[in-house]
Write a protein that binds this ligand. Structure first.
Ligand SMILES: NC(=O)CC(=O)C(=O)O
Length: 272
């Protein structure tokens, strides 16, 4: 069981796709220089979190500037690159999709956002389902020589059964590219990440875009890494940051041994 360094690029997202791609690349390089072997980008990192940009900035796999940037960045830096999410066009629909790359630049797979963010409060009204389609099918677990991880995108954090499923499929680390906001972020963001970690005794890493004065969407920032004991081991503020965390994967087995929640013996698993 090794110790790996994880880097989260809490980047500003602007209305220029070119600028977003170049910022993501620079910040990933900074994380790699600091020793990160797994680098994570935020939800919709190439595109403002606004309906009018989703279809305009969408790309169809594997063509497009974003795919070219992700593959070359992963290869040149020799890192696992968890490409946050982007609007993905396929069959006349647009999905909110995370593409994952290995250190040789090959795409290892994708995970589409399964639960779309629809909210109606006095502070914020947003309906992802007006323009986006949800992913379907079982979630993907990426088995690599370094770490076995799953991906859940932002609002997916609110669905504990998804995280239980990923953990049952062997994920030791669950990465959540996200774009929480300044209304739901303060009461819910850290709570959700720590809850999913303590439920499943896994590492959970949440990556959000940076808050900026001129952004029309009120990004919360506060990217966070939580260990299997639900302790916060790294946390950003609201501004642009490369957040680094040392992940000791041995802690997964250690915590599960001390507090065996997931054994199937009758003594620990009560069936109702
Ligand atoms: N942006 C999201 O998908 C989710 C979110 O901001 C929230 O759940 O709150």
């Amino acid at each position: 069981m090794g110790v790996i360094k994880l880097g989260i690029c809490q980047m500003p997202v602007t209305a220029s796709k070119e600028q977003n791609l170049s910022r993501a690349r620079q910040m990933a390089a900074e994380a790699a220089r600091a020793g990160a072997r797994v680098v994570v980008l935020p939800e919709m990192f190439n595109c403002p979190y606004q309906h009018e940009f989703f279809t305009r900035f969408a790309e169809t796999c594997p063509d497009g500037d974003t795919f070219r940037m992700l593959t070359s960045t992963a290869r040149e830096l020799g890192v696992y690159l968890i490409g946050g999410s982007i609007p993905e066009a396929e069959d006349g629909r647009t999905y909110n999709t995370c593409f994952v790359y290995g250190p040789d630049g090959r795409m290892l797979g994708r995970q589409r956002k399964l639960h779309l963010f629809n909210i109606e409060t006095d502070d914020l009204v947003f309906r992802e389902s007006d323009t986006l389609s949800p992913g379907t099918g079982p979630p993907t677990v990426f088995v690599t020589p370094l770490v076995t991880f799953g991906v859940a995108i932002c609002f997916d954090l609110r669905f504990p059964e998804l995280f239980r499923d990923l953990a049952a499929r062997g994920a030791e680390l669950i990465v959540a590219p996200a774009a929480f906001n300044t209304f739901t972020g303060p009461p819910h963001w850290e709570l959700l990440l720590r809850a999913r970690a303590v439920d499943n005794q896994v590492f959970v890493a949440g990556a959000g875009p940076a808050w900026t004065e001129d952004s029309p969407y009120p990004y919360y920032g506060h990217s966070l890494v939580v260990n299997p004991w639900a302790e916060v081991i790294a946390c950003a503020g609201e501004r642009e940051t490369v957040l680094l965390a040392e992940i000791d994967l041995g802690q997964v087995a250690e915590v599960r041994k001390k507090l065996p929640l997931h054994r199937t013996e009758k003594s620990t698993l009560i069936k109702f």
